[in-house]
Design a protein around this ligand. Structure first.
Ligand SMILES: [Zn+2]
Length: 350
């Protein structure tokens, strides 16, 4: 066995480690000593020629030699890796004084904004905000709202039917009112609004869309609920949406699910009631339909009309937004072209 060779390599290895080593040189050394034909590898290969009685001693010496190399190699390798990382970090240092990249921040769609405003008003008056299915049954969308099959009002609504005459895309959010009344089983008072999408087979043009947003509300209570409660409620909403100086009025109307029914107007905020193109010189803008819940509707939805009374109202979020923000085409709300919807980028929208 060649102890001399081991000794020689030991002192050779001890002198390899200098500050001039870089990754490349370090790697070369690893190949030179531990590679396939490396100096230490060669010695290991020679093990088979060592007489058995010397094998143990030879093995120990060889291991020490290998360990000497590996310990130094690892030490330097770690040092170099750390240096590499530090160099990289210092190069990538962020200069916080540099101007930032401009990122375009979106703002809520006006419809969303109007809905949130309305929700705020009603929640402050103790109303719940309720959601309902957009694919609805005929029962909830028409039948329970006092619009039986064959009723002419159904023609006027031009509904999207999905399956036969029973499953449809809801043509009004009133369907949710029927659902909520049935849920409460005629036992509890109700205060709710339900904003949501509704669908009618309208030809799309500047003022019609086959898809639009309704905000509908319902109050049912045992107390003596009257039209004046509805008026007060509508007044609070109008002032929040159109300003404190906004005045409201009711005009008689007709709906199947309310009796008496009214159309509700607000004084034109553009001309303060004097008359202008927006209000077609009437000084008034029609905002919603409303009325006292029809006794038939109360009865069908599980509420005894002799005990319970209520009012309901509904209006289009698009119409409100169009009036309030001077938008003259309803299709604008559903347009994904940033050049067009850029007008929604308003400061007051939080
Ligand atoms: Zn006006």
């Amino acid at each position: 066995m060649n102890k001399e060779r081991i000794k020689e390599l030991t002192s050779e290895i001890e002198n390899l480690w200098t500050s001039e080593l870089d990754m490349q040189k370090l790697n070369d050394l690893r190949v030179m000593y531990l590679g396939k034909n490396g100096k230490i590898t060669e010695l290991s290969k020679g093990m088979k020629d060592v007489p058995n009685e010397e094998k143990k001693e030879y093995g120990v010496l060889l291991n020490e030699l290998r360990k000497l190399f590996e310990d130094n190699y690892n030490l330097y390798n770690n040092k170099l890796l750390e240096k590499e990382l530090n160099d990289k970090l210092s190069k990538e240092k962020i200069d916080v004084t540099l101007p930032s990249t401009k990122i375009n921040v979106g703002s809520p769609n006006i419809l969303e904004h109007i809905i949130e405003e309305v929700e705020e008003v009603f929640m402050s008056m103790g109303y719940d905000v309720v959601d309902g299915p957009e694919i609805e049954e005929d029962k909830y969308n028409f039948e329970l709202l006092n619009i039986p099959k064959g009723h002419p009002a159904r023609d006027a609504q031009d509904t999207f039917y999905i399956e036969g005459n029973e499953i449809l895309l809801r043509s009004q959010t009133s369907a949710v009112q029927a659902r909520v009344m049935l849920e409460h089983e005629g036992k509890e008072p109700i205060r709710m609004i339900c904003p949501g999408r509704t669908y009618r087979r309208d030809e799309d043009d500047a003022t019609h869309s086959h898809n639009f947003t309704q905000i509908e509300g319902l109050l049912v209570d045992k107390k003596d609920i009257s039209l004046s409660d509805l008026k007060g409620t509508f007044d609070a909403l109008a002032k929040k949406l159109f300003g404190e100086d906004c005045v409201t009025r009711f005009r008689p109307s007709y709906y199947q699910f309310t009796e008496p029914s009214v159309e509700t107007d607000v004084s034109c905020f553009a001309c303060k009631g004097k008359g202008c193109p927006l209000c077609k010189n009437t000084g008034w803008l029609t905002i919603s339909g409303a009325g006292m819940v029809h006794p038939n509707v109360l009865k069908m939805c599980g509420y005894d009309p002799n005990v319970w009374k209520g009012f309901a109202f509904g209006f289009g979020a698009e119409r409100c937004a169009m009036l309030k923000y001077g938008i003259n085409d309803i299709r604008t709300f559903y347009n994904a072209d940033l050049r067009v919807v850029g007008i929604f980028d308003r400061k007051e929208a939080k």
